[in-house]
Design a protein around this ligand. Structure first.
Ligand code: TRP
Ligand code: ZN
Length: 484
């Protein structure tokens, strides 16, 4: 969401009570050990979560997905999705069982290494018990055949994600947990993987996803499209848009393939902004370093109720024609969020603070307010029209949202960007420019958390006292007194 957009109802509902995600699997491991399952290797179950502080059931322990091969077919009239997901993964430990996250849908068959495996389901957890234990370090392949009518997921903050119906098709969005509504996987940003997606839809509709278009063929009234994402992608950044779209394919002056898909109703309003995509990317490359992916573009759908855009990898999704600031925001996420992804959902400010700061920097370098002026307006409250909005910036420290419902609150976006402005003032413009580029390079295609960031900045600015920035701006409760 950009600062120019109206914030949709991102208010908290229930605090998620963190529980020890491992206690159940450990118990199960003991039972399995007693019954002597699994022959030679005494593997244990991988665990039903990765102990994310906000989404304890998201992701799974014990393995690392390298590649998702998804073959999907969608019947819009029946709203029915039929899929085969083939995951190639590496075991981090000896495994007697492992979990995938999948919400709703019916699972017909699961195989591991080509052999049918037992499985059971409880909530979003799909537990798979292969015939034989999987040894630590082994690469294994699991296929899941599934079908059904996918669900829309409501976030803790009330936003909609997952599988969303539009007037002419569907839009699949996954931040933070909605991707489990349309394919089984290790749905936590800490496990990134490459993807190949093949989608079949009725002729006349298009299926648009991340990465490069690898093939498109129509036969028997159905169109099958293949998409390839060769760089690691967090599953929340996967998207699929099915509908009627005006497609435009071109190249940037640097030769990068551009693929934009725009709902016809949004085409006229989108044109002037999307035409500037190459210019925005060229600017971002100067500020943030080389663009991390092999293609770019945008998906502009018509989803007026959605209330947010999403930085889906290579091809951000907009719920309607974007303005230039929002395009800058979502493209900046390609470096901050997509290439360098959060270690956990607590690290959201590393995504949103940077993408918001990119808006400020764009404005500063294109004849508008300086980043410092934007900072000052936020600090004094003059940035907002109401006192209540102004106060929200100080509701909690950006590095520590109080609960899952508040990971996309103003304190994450604006105060997150204010942290970066305070870093800039402390280290100077030249060092700050190196930090923006260097941070994106140091963790490219990987994950990083807040402690990685503060340590990185300290290394780049020896002799500068950053403690007050971290203490007051990043971790401090309430509005800091004055500015360093
Ligand atoms: N990342 C989106 C953006 O800034 C906004 C968003 C949508 C979001 N869903 C979210 C942020 C869930 C945090 C959590 O464009
Ligand atoms: Zn954002």
């Amino acid at each position: 969401m950009s600062s120019t957009q109206v914030m949709v109802s991102r208010r908290h509902r229930i605090a998620i009570v963190a529980r020890s995600a491992r206690c159940v699997p450990v118990l199960l491991a003991c039972v399995l050990a007693l019954t002597g399952c699994g022959g030679g290797v005494h593997g244990t179950p991988g665990g039903s979560g990765v102990r994310d502080p906000y989404f304890p059931k998201a992701g799974n322990g014990g393995y690392d997905v390298r590649h998702y091969g998804l073959r999907l077919a969608y019947e819009p009239d029946a709203h029915r999705l039929t899929g085969t997901a083939t995951l190639t993964a590496r075991a981090d430990e000896d495994l007697s069982a492992f979990n995938l996250d999948l919400l709703g849908l019916e699972v017909g068959e699961v195989t591991v290494g080509g052999r049918p495996a037992r499985f059971n389901r409880a909530g979003q957890e799909l537990t798979v018990r292969p015939r034989d234990d999987i040894r630590r370090g082994a690469t294994f392949r699991v296929t899941v055949r599934y079908s059904g009518v996918p669900q829309t997921v409501t976030d803790p903050d009330g936003s909609q994600e997952g599988w969303l119906r539009t007037a002419d098709g569907v839009l699949a969005l996954g931040e933070p947990t909605g991707s489990m509504a349309w394919f089984p996987g290790n749905h936590h940003p800490s496990d990134k993987a490459a993807y190949d997606l093949t989608v079949t839809v009725p002729e006349g509709l298009r299926a648009v996803s991340n990465g490069e278009l690898r093939g498109e063929r129509t036969a028997g009234g159905r169109t099958t499209t293949e998409w390839h994402m060769g760089r690691p992608m967090a599953s929340y950044l996967a998207t699929l848009a099915i509908g009627r779209f005006e497609v435009d394919r071109s190249r940037t002056p640097a030769g990068l393939p551009v693929y934009t898909a725009v709902d016809p109703a949004e085409a006229e309003a989108s044109g002037p902004v999307l035409r500037r995509l190459p210019e925005v990317l060229a600017w971002a490359e100067r500020r943030f370093g080389p663009y991390p992916f092999s293609s770019t573009g945008a998906i502009v759908d018509r989803a007026p109720e959605l209330g947010y855009a999403l930085e889906t990898q290579t091809r951000p999704v907009f719920p309607g024609a974007p303005d230039l600031t929002l395009l800058v925001h979502e493209l900046a996420h390609q470096w901050y969020g997509d290439s360098v992804s959060p270690e956990s959902w607590r690290d959201m400010w590393l995504n949103e603070g940077f993408a918001t700061y990119a808006e400020w920097l764009w404005e500063e370098e294109h004849g508008g307010r300086s980043a410092q002026q934007t900072f000052d307006a936020l600090y004094s409250g003059s940035y907002f029209t109401t006192e209540e909005e102004a106060e929200e910036v100080w509701a909690f420290p950006p590095a520590e949202p109080p609960d899952a419902a508040r990971i996309s609150d103003p304190a994450v976006y604006w105060r997150g960007a204010m942290v970066l402005q305070q870093v800039r003032r402390t280290v100077g413009d030249a060092a700050f420019g190196r930090i923006l580029r260097g941070w994106a390079a140091a963790y490219h295609y990987g994950n990083a958390g807040t402690a990685d960031f503060t340590a990185y900045v300290e290394r780049q600015a020896p002799g500068k006292d950053l403690d007050p920035v971290w203490r007051d701006w990043l971790y401090g409760e309430g509005k800091p007194d004055g500015t360093p």
